[in-house]
Design a binder for this molecule. Sequence first.
Ligand SMILES: [Zn+2]
Length: 227
Amino acid sequence: MGLTSDLLHFLFPTQCVGCGEILVGGERQLCAQCLMDLPLTGFAPQAGNQAERQLKAMADIEAATSLMHFGRGEISQRVVHSIKYHGNSELALMMGRQLGIALQGSGRFGDVEVLVPVPLHAWRRLKRGYNQSRLLCEGIAQVFSCPVVGGAVRRARNTGSQTHKSPTERRENVAGAFSVVRPEAVAGRHVLLVDDVMTTGATLAACAGVLLAVEGVKVSVATLCVA
Ligand SMILES: [Zn+2]
């Protein structure tokens, strides 16, 4: 009995990712209070929002948005960690859907045609077993009817963790890290590039840069969080 209930608890976690309270009723992953407390940015309909200005300074993108502000020790950090390091795919799909709803209602992303996740380096993808940006894309696609195009861009170099690097170091670190391996999958399309967290924007700008070199490609960007 002990083993079975432990296993069930492991398979179907019943605690809120945000606050650790036991979930009740129809709650999944986050309790009603944490869902209300998510630090939403409201950026999607805003031309010239902070994330967009930051990226436009580095790459010739159309539009950008982030669903939440990233705060250390806050709900948004716990959500990202659960998705990124614990493979919480249900939460990734939930948050992807929220991002998709924000994009859908924004009036600014209507001509996006394909969703492209920022790729992980093959080695890291293998070690982790999933790409959290790909999971977010699949959530977005559930409400924002666009196909997810995986494998169009490859992370040519393992850039390691960006966490302890300065903005300049980050930019140098990611320069040349990406290459488009299936240009025919994106040529002539408006691509929505998707990632979990935007910090300086260097990774997204580098990835957008190689996509923009493909004939007729336009790039917009959506991330779960902005630091
Ligand atoms: Zn909670």
